[in-house]
Design a protein around this ligand. Structure first.
Ligand code: G6P
Ligand code: MG
Length: 219
């Protein structure tokens, strides 16, 4: 029998608004190499690893053959430096509405909590938000070979918690992330607008509750 045992969260755009900082950092990096990106294009980068994101940006500017691997690694490092700089004032005040009480309610109900973010900065971001102890398991982005929409990171998160994917619910703000959750065989809750294939879609994190997660699990 299926039974709800765990809730698995994306980080950027679900726990805190760092998705916006990723966008600003990529926009600055892209401008340095004469490529312009906007928020609509940025939607296609959400949930995508650093190097895969760079490849998408270079392709958008028709510059996919203009850089060696070493130069691309330098560009990716530069983007990350911009991103880390934007995060320097991150504090618990930046936790998105409703998230802390939700994490507390999930734990009080004896359910497990994992993070499934392909961001290598995830442990640092959680620490700055003072949320590290709210999670039972963090999937290690450095060990993931496929970014979302591949289910790998959600499967690793479930395995790390010792729960069957079918007994977990995933929460995501990106289309690639929703697709990853569904491919992992979990129920998916989307946060935001325009996401397709979710089992439930809420406009923002303040609408997420444990009761809602339990209801979505039963669908
Ligand atoms: C998340 C974000 C992406 C970001 C990726 C890698 O999936 O949604 O925008 O590119 O993590 O993040 P990192 O911090 O490792 O560059
Ligand atoms: Mg996200």
């Amino acid at each position: 029998m299926r039974q709800l045992e765990a809730v698995i969260f994306d980080l950027d755009g679900v726990i805190t608004d760092s998705a916006h900082f990723h966008y600003l950092a990529w926009k600055k990096l892209a401008a340095d190499i004469d490529i312009e990106i906007d928020e609509a294009f940025n939607e296609t980068l959400k949930g995508i690893s650093r190097m895969d994101s760079l490849d998408l940006i270079l392709a958008k500017g028709g510059r996919e053959n203009d850089f060696t691997l070493e130069q691309k690694e330098e560009l990716a490092a530069k983007k990350n430096a911009h991103y880390v700089e934007l995060l320097k004032d991150l504090s618990p005040a930046d936790i998105l509405p409703g998230i802390k009480p939700l994490l507390d309610a999930i734990r009080a109900a004896n359910l497990k909590i994992a993070l499934a973010s392909v961001s290598k900065n995830a442990p640092m971001v959680l620490a700055a938000l003072d949320l590290t102890d709210s999670f039972d398991y963090l999937a290690d982005a450095a060990k993931i070979t496929h970014s979302k929409p591949d289910p790998e990171i959600f499967l690793v998160a479930a395995a790390g918690l010792g729960v069957e994917p079918a007994n977990a619910v995933g929460i995501e703000d990106a289309q690639a992330g929703v697709d990853a959750i569904k491919s992992a065989g979990m129920k998916a809750i989307g946060v935001g607008t325009g996401l397709v294939g979710t089992d439930e879609l809420v406009s923002d994190t303040s609408k997420l509750t444990l009761a809602m997660i339990q209801k979505v699990f039963q669908i």
